[in-house]
Design a protein around this ligand. Structure first.
Ligand code: GLN
Ligand code: ZN
Length: 716
């Protein structure tokens, strides 16, 4: 086995520098191009990435980090864990990812504490594991033809099975991994990377024993490449000595989030040292990185410079971001710049002073007066709103039409005046209001047509944020977001949403919800300054949201939704730090909503929050109505929410799939909900916002929701 290359990255963005993969996927899904054309785009993107990494001087190039949809789904395919019902679909891979007319997709959830979503593998008694190594082999061979030797990257067996909730299948799965290692060895592959990010969270003794079993067995496989087990998103903690005691040759540690505590256990190993952050957009302080590398070198047999995790979570390139303030730009590093940093650090001729941290004092926290107790609020709201039983509402956004996106682009290009754009937004709001009235919804929304994105829109209107022109990051499948960069003190110079809310309410007698994004989510979905504690940054944003809540109430809005879909996402992976986080996150939310009087109904929406895991915190938010995802995770969520003491809307259908739910399906879910919650507290709504759907799908789905709800109302 040759020594590990001096510098590497754990993975790279794959959506394409100009989101080429997004376009190719959507064109294939719409039937405008073939599978072969889609594969062609994939091959071009991989080629471009390897060439670029090599040009930048990176020594160890990864392969199999590309994916047409998701790397966890790819691993399920690799191991043959494709549920039988998808096999007859025209394209089983995308059927699992997105569903078909007749099949619901697999469940999707967040990848650790990131905003990337993966497809949850479904493993049950029917699953027969069987290796299908076509994808890693194809990527390996493509790279070879281009003259590049690569290191295939695969999710490791322990993490894969933990994500699938099926660790008891370890022995079977290891058989596939052994086979894969033998195939790669026969191809002449020197190193393989097995990703085990699950090891940075708390693991039980049984789970740690599974780590030992897995890597003892793979380590003693008769024919295999060098084994590099990568951890990321935190400290390996007690898993480090466990892993180090196995025969794996190289171990990857995240030194941006993790510490140096147990590194002595790494004697004799190659340490792939993640000193360049893959989770933020800031330049690496070379002094700190070099001293970390030196500290590791004291213990390890060999040290390789790397990123703390895959660069999947940062945009491609700072070059071309001409709209940014040059002083801010100089502080930034996206994927390309981070690769260059890795290379420079590896050459170790990189000496420089630490960038001075911009230190800004935080204003004294504003003391806030809380709202009254829920019962009193609920009575005041009932008298004021006069809603029917099982009120029907939506989560906020309606389809974003091509015309609206084009109009926004035209404003940026200077070919459409603000006033012309505003008229289009107003017309769209009217269309959405009329549609909801026609369908018979009870609490309306304005549809968010003025928003490109629920976080970016606020970032554009708040001080302390910058937005990029092309800083896209993959969220799931073809979906990308452009996280704003929160670099300075946050403030709200003027009301943001009030004029649209007022316009929407003027069109109808039904209540229209004001729609805001909560402080935790705004921060979670931005790249955040690292010179202040996260908590202090979130409180600054909370104060800005609070000003907006006050102004909405003053404008006559009687229901205000403050979304916190990312509440769960920022939850620390280690239990020991979770309580502290939840305490300040909840406090920030209450501070943001405390400006509203009791008569104002506060809603919150929590998305794919694994609501059952943080139910106490959700309760702590003290919102009058909470809407959560449930269609894809149904029974589990419903089993947990019975004790919930305020209004709750478990989503009645999955909006991430183009599939239109039948009336019977919605009725069934509602019946399940009414078994665990008193009817007086149940709200009826989809799982999430409708912006990724078409009007056709939305109308059909909501009509079925209304039909099902009416039937149940008659029975109450
Ligand atoms: N109000 C937002 C919308 O409907 C919520 C989106 C989300 O939860 N991610 O689009
Ligand atoms: Zn949502």
């Amino acid at each position: 086995m040759s020594s590990f290359p001096r510098s590497t990255v754990l993975g790279y963005p794959r959506i394409g520098p100009r989101r080429e993969l997004k376009r190719a996927l959507e064109s294939y899904w719409d039937g405008r191009s073939t599978r072969a054309e889609l594969e062609e785009t994939g091959a071009e993107l991989r080629e471009r990435t390897w060439r670029r990494l090599a040009e930048l001087g990176l020594a160890g190039l990864p392969s199999n980090t590309f994916s047409l949809y998701d790397q966890v789904l790819d691993t399920a395919v690799l191991l043959g864990a494709v549920p039988r019902r998808y096999l007859d679909a025209e394209d089983p891979y995308f059927a699992m990812a997105r569903g078909t007319a007749g099949l619901a997709p697999l469940r999707m959830t967040k990848w650790f504490d990131t905003n990337y979503h993966y497809i949850v593998p479904e493993i049950d008694a029917e699953t027969v594991f069987e290796l299908d190594a076509a994808k890693p082999l194809a990527e390996l061979r493509q790279a070879r033809e281009l003259g590049f030797e690569t290191r295939p990257v695969v999710i490791g067996p322990v993490t894969f099975l933990l994500l699938a909730g099926a660790l008891e299948r370890l022995e079977e799965v290891l058989g596939c991994y052994e086979e894969l290692l033998a195939i790669l060895a026969a191809e002449g592959v020197e190193w393989v990377q097995l990703d085990e990010p699950a090891l940075v969270a708390d693991r039980s003794p049984e789970e740690l024993a599974a780590v030992t079993a897995a890597y003892e067995r793979l380590g003693s496989a008769p024919s295999r490449p060098g084994l590099f087990v990568a951890s990321y998103f935190g400290d390996l903690g007690e898993a480090l000595p466990v892993l180090a005691a196995t025969p794996v040759e190289a171990i990857g540690v995240d030194l941006v989030r993790g510490g140096l505590d147990r590194l002595a256990a790494l004697a004799g190993k190659t340490v792939v040292a993640g000193v360049v952050s893959g989770r933020d957009v800031w330049r690496t302080a070379p002094g700190r990185a070099l001293s970390l590398l030196r500290a590791v070198r004291e213990h390890a047999a060999d040290v390789v410079v790397s990123t703390s995790c895959s660069l999947l979570h940062v945009p491609y390139d700072v070059a071309g971001e001409d709209g940014l303030d040059p002083a801010l730009r100089a502080r930034l590093a996206f994927a390309e710049q981070k690769v260059a940093e890795v290379v420079e650090l590896a050459h170790a001729d990189f000496q420089g002073a630490e960038a001075p941290a911009a230190s800004v004092a935080l204003a004294d926290p504003v003391v806030f007066e809380g709202r009254g107790p829920y019962v009193e609020r609920a009575a005041a709201q009932a008298a004021h709103l006069r809603l029917p039983a099982l009120p029907i509402t939506t989560i906020g956004s309606f389809p974003q039409t091509g015309e609206l996106r084009a109009a926004r682009a035209a404003v940026v290009a200077g070919t459409l005046e603000e006033a012309g754009y505003d008229r289009r937004v107003e017309a769209e709001i009217e269309r959405v209001i009329r549609l909801q009235e026609r369908l018979g919804l009870d609490v309306l929304v304005h549809g968010e047509p003025e928003r490109n994105d629920m976080v970016q829109y606020f970032a554009e209107h708040l001080d302390g944020f910058a937005v990029t022109a092309n800083g896209w990051v993959q969220s799931y499948g073809s979906r990308c977001t452009r996280p704003p960069i929160l670099h300075g003190d946050v403030g709200r110079p003027a009301p943001i949403t009030v004029r649209w809310a007022r316009h929407a309410q003027s069109l109808t007698d039904k209540p229209v919800k004001g729609m805001l994004t909560g402080p935790v989510t705004i921060v979670a979905w931005s790249f955040v300054r690292d010179d202040l504690p996260l908590r202090d940054v979130v409180f600054q944003v909370a104060d800005a949201v609070r000003d907006e809540v006050r102004d909405l109430e003053a404008a006559g809005v009687s229901i205000i939704q403050v979304d916190e879909p990312a509440l769960r996402e920022l939850l620390p992976l280690r239990r020991a730090s979770q309580a502290d986080y939840l305490e300040w996150a909840v406090a920030a939310y209450r501070r943001a909503t405390s400006g509203a009087s009791d008569r104002i109904q506060i809603h919150t929406h929590l998305c794919y929050s694994d609501a059952d895991q943080i139910l106490a915190a959700i309760d702590g938010l003290d919102a009058d109505v909470t809407t959560i995802e449930s269609a894809r995770s149904g029974a589990r969520i419903l089993g947990a929410v019975g004790s919930f003491g305020r209004g709750l809307g478990p989503g009645v259908y999955d909006i991430h799939s183009p599939r239109v739910p039948s009336e019977a399906e919605v009725e069934e879910l509602l019946r399940e909900t009414l078994k665990v919650l008193p009817a007086g507290r149940v709200w009826v709504n989809p799982d999430c916002g409708l912006k990724t759907r078409t009007y056709e799908q939305v109308e059909a789905a909501l009509a079925n929701v209304v039909g099902a709800t009416r039937r149940l109302r008659d029975e109450l």
